[in-house]
Design a binder for this molecule. Structure first.
Ligand code: C2E
Ligand code: CA
Ligand code: CA
Ligand code: CA
Length: 276
């Protein structure tokens, strides 16, 4: 247990953060090889802001570490991305999300996050198609969330993958929009059906820079409407923000005010309770 401390004492050049990282990486490899049940998905409902209807959920992975407790994706996903282990995590997440989605009675969508390395893999569309048929989920119920940076790293490699995914009938969603390279013109070139307005702009609606957040969100929703894309606002934390977003022409939203991400059984109960 105190191994990290001992090593730190003997190798002062190696800082504690690096040792932590290596320990976590070793545990991540073990989990992926011998206990994949440590990875659990939570589902955050997405709602139509006008009608209040649930349209689906975003699948968000958590790592239930045997001794450290729950580890947030912000901690281990970047590690998995930089080491290539994300290529093992994404198929796990995709399978689990589709298995769960197949059990929901309504026509709800499930959204899965993809990383740059996944999009650089030309076998991805084939593997998505096979997962869809394995779980009997129609392609239109699967939303694949991508980011500008994950596409723009190597557009020649990723664009054909995006088109193949779109041709399968899945919906591509541009996540964290506004934070990356963010020339609005990318929107036109990417085969996406949905744009997610980053939480930082939504939170900004009642902050110091509320005027610029309003202008930015208005710009995004206007362009999205012109291009026939759906808009999703993330990080809605209260009713006042929801009302502003509605006024700005946003279609769909998710956030703590609507629901926190829920474990699979809790999500099913949440849906059932809403329908009564
Ligand atoms: P993201 O895709 O932007 O996901 C939204 C994050 O915002 C989630 O954090 C969610 O719990 C949080 N959130 C939702 N509503 C609110 C709100 O009202 N207020 C605030 N402050 N936060 C809210 P989470 O689950 O910790 O995920 C963090 C990031 O980890 C995700 O950001 C995504 O980039 C990544 N991630 C999660 N699951 C996966 C996965 O399966 N694969 C990959 N590649 N990345 C994942
Ligand atoms: Ca996302
Ligand atoms: Ca996001
Ligand atoms: Ca975000």
């Amino acid at each position: 247990k105190n191994k990290g401390v001992t090593i730190a004492l003997h190798t002062p050049a190696m800082d504690q953060g690096r040792i932590e990282r290596l320990a976590l990486l070793a545990d991540l490899r073990v989990a992926l090889t011998s206990d994949q049940s440590q990875f659990v998905l939570h589902y955050q409902p997405k709602l139509d802001l006008r009608t209040g209807q649930v349209t689906g959920a975003e699948a968000l992975v958590r790592w239930n570490h045997p001794t450290r407790g729950t580890i947030a994706p912000d901690v281990f996903i970047p590690l998995a991305e930089s080491t290539g282990l994300i290529e093992q995590i994404t198929p796990l997440v995709l399978d689990a999300a589709l298995r769960e989605c197949a059990g929901w009675d309504e026509d709800l969508t499930v959204a899965v996050n993809l990383s740059a390395r996944n999009l650089a893999d030309s076998s991805l569309p084939e593997r998505v198609a096979s997962a869809l048929s394995r779980f009997g989920v129609p392609a239109h119920r699967l939303i694949l969330e991508i980011t500008e940076s994950s596409v723009m790293g190597d557009p020649e490699q990723t664009m054909p993958v995006l088109h193949a995914l779109r041709n399968l009938g899945t919906c591509l969603s541009l996540d964290d929009f506004g934070t990356g390279y963010s020339s609005l013109s990318y929107l036109q070139r990417l085969p996406v059906g949905e744009v997610k307005i980053d939480r930082s702009f939504v939170l900004g609606l009642f902050g110091e820079d509320d005027a610029s957040s309003v202008a930015l969100i208005r710009g995004i929703t206007g362009l999205a409407a012109t291009l026939g894309l759906r808009t999703v606002a993330e990080g809605i934390e209260d009713q006042a923000v929801l009302d502003v977003l509605l006024g700005l022409g946003c279609d769909t939203g998710q956030g703590y005010h609507l629901s926190r991400p829920l474990a699979a059984p809790a999500f099913r109960q949440w849906i059932a309770a809403r329908n009564h």
